[in-house]
Design a protein around this ligand. Sequence first.
Ligand code: URA
Length: 440
Amino acid sequence: MLMRMYDIIEKKKQSESLTKEEIYYVVNGFTNGTIPDYQMSAFLMAVYFQGMTMEETVDLTMAMAESGDTLDLSAIHGVKVDKHSTGGVGDKTSLIIGPMLACLGIPVAKMSGRGLGHTGGTIDKLESFHGFSTVLSQEDFIRQVNDISFALVGQTANLAPADKKIYALRDVTATVNQMSLIASSIMSKKIAAGADVIVLDVKTGSGAFMETVEDAQELARIMVSIGRMAGRKTIAVISDMNEPLGHNVGNALEVKEVIEVLRGNGEERLRELSLTLAAYMVLGAGKTKDYDEARALLQETIDSGAALKKLAQFVQHQGGEPLQVFEPERLKVAEHTLSVTVEQEGYLASCINREVGMASLILGGGRETKESEIDLSVGLVIHYKLGDYIKKGDSLATIYGNDQQKMILAKERLLKAYTIADAPPVKQPLIKAIITENDL
Ligand code: URA
């Protein structure tokens, strides 16, 4: 039957459900250029207001996942696991989790993104290692996972190209913030990337995409349902993003913090979230059925020093300098520092976390546009966590930068991001909920 984009827009505008054929027609037509931006924009706005059923959302996800290359990881032995965060500030868990799982022989074949806007990206962080390459051929990628159980590359240009095009259009037509569109965007890439088990870290709070727990839970449910329908074991952990994860924000600084955790130290919530996500990946891989045992196995990889050595081995395999893992002072951090002292005494009561991410971006640690060059050496170290008591004149944070003007701007931004009060805030639990297939 001949289809017309006009009729499909009209149908969605009237809140009718679209068939699988109609959804594939839209996705394929827009990807190959036969459907123009203006019609796709109208369609996305109709979806924004009328929503999509679960069935439509699954069809949209699969159409986007099939719009380009899909990775065949069948040559990798064992159950392949992947994790995905919906984006946050100071989130460096992938670089802690990968080596731990690899030590247990669980294959981690991961594709990660770069940072955009106020959120950071794993690929940028890894480039802090001198010589590190985030580009591997598919053969080398598979060989490395079979050899050392861990490889991490940037997203290839032709993975879910429909998502790339649709996302760019959503970004400029005020249609980003719609559950079905977000869920299908994330899950199409995860499904195309080929893992058997997907653990999702759905962030909630002032530094996250979903500010409320209710919205995060709904998004998590949709994504777990999509995973199940696509035959992938999917678990979502809903975690707090009302302040940066750990102390460090900025690429090389974050890598230093990863090394701290793998040395058995590091900030408590960063360690805890990394172990929680990794434990669900261990369960998903079928290594054990017992959560506590999974945690103990992971802890042992840190205590024995094996996970740190695995990070060094991984860095070396991808062309980086492994000595920087054992001597992190060799990682290049900006030479100029500026202390952010506070004028008031009291409890650190709240944080507009997005603004902390923006402070790092202003220093040059993030991108304004996809083409921007970033400075891997800049960032912030936040010395206090929400609920801590801080005295007048104490240093809330240290800014690392290469440009005095930008450092002053970042300091102003950071001071505005935090409030200090006489009473301590209600402590936010780190893990807000876990959504598995059984909860659907
Ligand atoms: N991350 C994505 O990849 N897509 C979205 O729509 C939102 C966050």
